[in-house]
Design a binder for this molecule. Structure first.
Ligand code: ZN
Length: 197
């Protein structure tokens, strides 16, 4: 949990608003501290506020920020000290950790997408060759042999092998054969463009 989340969990908006002198009326409607008004139009919820007059809104940290013109971390420190929360606000910001984690997830996703694309390439290649083999096989001994059929015969064994063993390749090996899969992808595109399905 970040220090921001901790503060939000420990201090609710109405409590903070009251202690900082905001006039809170029935139903947690407050006189908006951000615009001049005589009738309360700022609704305070436990975890956020919203003003129907000037649309000011935010969580408890935002409230304190706006009230005292602070940066988010300054607001956190202010609340921490005013409410005696005893949080260690000077520890290195968890945001750093969060960002690293986010980057890690993004990297994993990209990696996953890349691996899926490679598998997809092998599958499409095999499927196309299988189609060629079925559809363009000579019907009688006198038929002229279709080049798609010949091509399929020559390559389908390899395509099938790649596809079947793909799942057992570890990450490193998948990385290693990337150029080969790229070649197959170009090859697929070439025959698909030239000969169709
Ligand atoms: Zn307002």
């Amino acid at each position: 949990m970040t220090i921001f989340e901790e503060v939000k969990e420990l201090v609710d908006v109405p409590t903070a608003a009251r202690s900082y002198g905001v006039e809170v009326h029935q139903g947690n409607m407050a006189l908006c501290p951000f615009h001049r008004e005589r009738h309360p139009s700022c609704k305070l919820y436990k975890d956020h506020y919203y003003c129907f007059g000037c649309q000011a809104h935010g969580d408890v940290i935002r409230l304190v920020q706006e009230l005292f013109r602070l940066t988010p971390i300054e607001a956190v420190k202010q609340i921490n000290s005013d409410f005696g929360l005893g949080l260690d606000v000077d520890k290195p910001p968890d945001m750093e950790k969060i960002n690293i984690r986010r980057q890690e997830i993004a990297r994993q996703k990209a990696e996953q997408a890349r691996v899926e694309h490679m598998y997809d390439t092998l599958l499409r290649y095999f499927t196309l060759l299988d189609k060629y083999k079925m559809c363009y096989a000579p019907k009688s001994p006198d038929d002229e042999t279709d080049r798609r059929f010949v091509y399929a015969l020559q390559n389908i064994g390899y395509a099938e092998y790649m596809l079947e063993t793909w799942g057992s390749f570890d990450k490193e090996y998948q990385e290693e054969i990337k150029p080969e899969v790229d070649r197959i992808e170009r090859e697929y595109k070439r025959i698909h463009d030239e000969w169709g399905e």
